[in-house]
Write a protein that binds this ligand. Structure first.
Ligand SMILES: [Zn+2]
Length: 490
């Protein structure tokens, strides 16, 4: 019968303990479990050989299998749970619950352990014998020092477990820092706020592991479990942040479209006026052209397809650029309108509109009782209702003398030589927007019953008499009425 040297069994056992710890650390949970069970059985085979060096590999494997199966089956009784409650570290030896498939992994491990012993024993024995021979011819000592060796092995094994506990504690501490930063940075930036709530719960759970028990009282793997939970929640927060930023990018891109269109309309209209010698300050036009170019660059670099591929930082930067681009463009457009207004519309109550007198026919609608006059299509219904009420009271339709005026018509009625012009300069009148009508109230003007009736009733139909046309206004005009709706859409 051959004998397995204790040194070999002990060294192998140490290697197996190390492999078990490493498996837990590197392998995915579904694989680490079975591998751990198998290694556990291998370890028991080696421990049997350590205690009884003359045991044959087959007997050692059988004993190991019986021990493993007995421990597993013991979980069908309440005793292991009672032990674990007092000494949680015993989980490392006893396991925690009965799992039938574990039995198969133990059997495989016991078989592998037996084969390992059978393969290693002859080699280890040869080495051992030459060492004995050296000692016999040397200082004559014959007994190997088993006790110090076992103590050293125990110290090394204890150190390995301590190192494992310490390193997983370090990893968890670092991950909690990362998670806390991600939690703070993701406020109002996630598509689904539930992911932040879960991350917060995982942070609290990780802190409980660190603070709840001193390191050496903790089970190996507790900190790893907490860290892996943090990693899952961090990934979910990241994904939700990407989804949120993508939606924001879509929104910002869409919001830029009408602002861009308005800028182009205003710019084109001012260029025409410049050609006619009525240009606004060139520096202001130039500012708008620059903002327009920048907005186009941003739109080009932030296409939906491009952003799908981008990282989170790049994505959030793109959203910020789109928002800033839109604000700058909007401001530059308003600045140019103000500059153009200063050049072409002399009165403070006159506002320059780039589209005044240039509305497409499709946006205009003729008055049913006076089809030679038109207003903007979306204010017609209000005017028809006002006319119905007027007719019910006076027995006749509103007498409309002027409504929408094209740019050419406004040019024709405008008289710059007249110190008190009855028509505003081209581009400055809301007749050009189709939102104003001149209604004859008769020779009594402001004292007429028709003006008084309109003054009392027009507002409820969405028509008003502007301040500048009041008796004490800049240009008293009892006939000029205008819609309260947005003067212009670009
Ligand atoms: Zn008018």
């Amino acid at each position: 019968m051959t004998r397995t040297p204790r040194t070999a069994s002990a060294l192998l056992a140490l290697l197996v303990v190390g492999a078990g710890l490493a498996a837990r650390e590197v392998l995915p949970a579904g694989v680490a479990g079975p591998v751990g069970d198998g290694l556990y059985a291998v370890l028991v085979v080696l421990l049997v050989a350590l205690v009884r060096p003359r045991t044959t590999p087959v007997v050692a494997g059988t004993v190991a299998l019986v021990v493993c199966v007995a421990i597993e089956l013991s979980h069908l009784t309440p005793y292991p749970a009672a032990v674990l409650e007092r000494l949680p570290q015993a989980r490392y030896v006893l396991g925690t619950t009965f799992v039938a498939t574990d039995l198969a992994w133990y059997a495989l491990g016991a078989a592998v352990g037996s084969v390992l012993l059978a393969v290693v024993t002859p080699h280890a024995r040869a080495v051992d014998q030459s060492l004995r021979h050296l000692r016999a011819t040397g200082d004559g000592r014959r007994r190997p020092r088993v006790l110090p060796l076992v103590l050293v092995l125990l110290l090394v094994a204890g150190g390995a477990i301590g190192w494992f506990l310490w390193s997983e504690q370090q990893d968890l501490t670092a991950k909690i820092d990362v998670a806390q930063t991600a939690y703070d940075a993701s406020a109002d930036k996630v598509a689904d706020d539930a992911v932040r709530t879960r991350l917060d719960a995982a942070i609290v759970a990780g802190e409980t592991v660190l603070d709840g028990r001193p390191m050496l009282d903790r089970l190996p793997g507790d900190a790893t479990d907490a860290r892996e939970r943090l990693e899952r929640e961090l990934a979910a927060v990241h994904e939700s942040r990407v989804a949120f930023a993508l939606a924001q990018a879509d929104e910002a891109r869409e919001a830029l479209v009408p602002v861009r269109r308005r800028a182009e309309t205003v710019l084109a209209a001012t260029e025409e006026l410049r050609a006619a010698g009525q240009g606004a300050d060139e520096a202001v036009s130039s500012e708008l052209r620059t903002s327009l170019d920048t907005a186009d660059d941003v739109l080009e670099s932030a296409t939906a397809d491009g952003l799908e591929e981008a990282g989170l930082t790049q994505l959030e930067d793109a959203v910020a650029s789109l928002v800033v681009g839109r604000r700058n463009l909007d401001r530059a457009t308003t600045d140019l309108m103000t500059a153009q207004d200063a050049v072409v519309c002399p009165e403070p109550d006159q506002v320059w509109f780039p589209q005044a007198g240039k509305l497409a026919d499709s946006r205009l609608a003729p008055l049913p009782w006076a089809p030679e006059h038109s207003v903007r299509a979306d204010v017609l219904d209000d005017l028809v209702e006002l006319n119905d009420a007027y007719r019910a009271h006076f027995g006749q339709d509103l007498t409309v003398n002027s409504a929408y005026r094209s740019y050419a018509q406004q040019v024709a009625v405008y008289d710059p030589e007249n110190p008190n012009p009855l028509a505003a300069p081209p581009g400055c009148s809301n007749h050009g927007l189709g939102t104003a009508v001149d209604i004859s109230v008769g020779p009594e003007g402001f004292d007429s019953a028709r003006y008084a009736w309109l003054k009392d009733n027009a507002e409820q139909f969405g028509w008003t008499h502007p301040d500048w046309a009041e008796p004490d206004g800049r240009l008293p005009e009892p006939w000029h009425w205008q819609s309260v709706k947005t003067p212009v859409e670009y």
